[in-house]
Write a protein that binds this ligand. Structure first.
Ligand SMILES: [Zn+2]
Length: 137
């Protein structure tokens, strides 16, 4: 079933990591489950102590735990299942990479946007939206 969804909506999840963006398809979800679980447990500990942290970004997971893209998705999936985080969608300019808006639901993201910073026009939604995860308080 998951595979059908992927075929219909090609750019499923994008993670804004370093300079490049990466596309992830759940078909490549061959992940070290134990590693993902370990990270989730560690994050839970952090969440209880750290009330300032609002988001768990892909970049944070990459830097702190040395996870692959697939492992990052696995960590998010587990945390979502446990009700610890909720997805947030960020629209970035394709020209200058600045954030143009954050949305709770993918459908709220404007289909075409113009950048208020660099003037780039026709910023297409699915090509430029990135997923991030907000920590539920
Ligand atoms: Zn721009």
């Amino acid at each position: 079933m998951l595979e059908n969804v992927v075929k219909q909506n090609k750019p499923l999840i994008k993670l804004y990591t370093q300079k490049k963006r990466s596309e992830i398809s759940p078909m490549n979800y061959k992940v070290q489950e134990s590693k993902a679980l370990e990270v989730v447990e560690s994050l839970k500990g952090n969440l209880n102590k750290n009330t300032i942290m609002q988001f768990i970004s892909p970049r944070y997971l990459m830097r702190n735990f040395g996870l692959s893209k697939e492992e990052i998705v696995s960590v998010y999936t587990k945390m979502q299942e446990e009700g610890l985080v909720k997805p947030r969608y960020t629209l970035r300019c394709s020209g200058c990479a600045r954030v143009l808006g954050r949305y709770e639901v993918l459908n709220q993201v404007p289909e075409r946007e113009k950048c208020i910073y660099c003037g780039e026009e026709d910023i297409e939604r699915l090509e430029n939206v990135y997923i991030n995860f907000e920590i539920k308080k």
